[in-house]
Write a protein that binds this ligand. Structure first.
Ligand code: FE2
Ligand code: FE2
Length: 251
């Protein structure tokens, strides 16, 4: 396996590892993102067993010991399995996440105390880079879920949203919605819940210019539009799951 490195927005790097054994023959990618600055931030640590690969890839961009912040979508192995390996490799690094993640998992599981972020709180990384933390509970899954928006490049690091199979290009303006809907049909990875459409539309309102998908290519097309289409599809799935039309007819 190899980890490919690409700059997907000014000073925002994508590290991508394709694993052919998951859902062959298309395979499945795991991506991490580095936002550079005086205080560099890594979004997703990668799986614990993938740490040497990802560490060596990050080292092609900057010395790993200069990493200052570690964050991720939610508490799962692919998002944060190597969290403590990164804390050991970067002595000044801190994990940063929302209140729920810290209270439920990170205060215990992280080898150093995490920094708790409130919804909408910004970490100023210096050199013009600012990342805003957004609570996205249960979207697409996990109570503690949250995402980051880098304001200077308008890059939304959107975690497991749009999860899809295959090893596409690093950055595309092509269709990411169709493959994401197919991925949802296959994995059923999303925790369908009544507020998820609204949560995703709130992300669209940030007007991102680039989306950093954890499992898929980064996207540089109409980001607010494709987020609203994803939200609408979840609304449809939820209505279908609860038999909303049947309920409305009965009322
Ligand atoms: Fe996940
Ligand atoms: Fe993931």
């Amino acid at each position: 396996m190899e980890t490919k490195v690409s700059e997907i927005a000014d000073g925002v790097y994508r590290f991508s590892t394709w694993v052919p054994d998951i859902a062959p023959p298309a395979g499945f990618v795991f991506n991490q993102f580095l936002v550079t600055g005086d205080e560099p931030l890594l979004f997703h640590t990668g799986l614990r067993r993938m740490f040497p690969l990802v560490r060596d890839a990050v080292a092609r961009v900057m010395p790993v010991e200069t990493l200052r912040w570690i964050s991720f979508g939610h508490y799962e192995a692919d998002e944060c399995g190597a969290m403590n390996e990164w804390l050991a490799a970067a002595p000044h690094a801190e994990v940063a996440h929302g209140q729920t993640a810290c209270d439920v998992s990170l205060n215990d599981m992280a080898d150093r105390p995490p920094r708790t972020l409130q919804d909408g709180e910004v970490i100023d990384l210096g050199a013009g880079r600012r990342v805003r933390y957004l609570d996205t509970p249960h979207v697409p899954h996990a109570w503690e879920a949250g995402l980051l928006f880098e304001e200077s490049t308008q890059t939304l690091l959107c975690g497991d949203l749009f999860t899809q199979l295959g090893d596409g290009p690093a950055l595309t303006e092509g269709d990411i919605l169709g493959p994401a809907l197919a991925g949802e049909d296959l994995f059923h990875a999303s925790a369908l819940n009544p507020t998820m459409g609204a949560t995703i539309r709130r992300l669209a309102d940030l007007e991102p210019r680039t989306l950093g998908l954890m499992h898929g290519p980064s996207f540089a097309g109409d980001c607010p539009g494709v987020l609203r289409e994803l939200a609408a599809d979840y609304d449809r799935r939820i209505a279908e799951a609860v038999g909303l039309e049947t309920l409305q007819r009965a009322a």
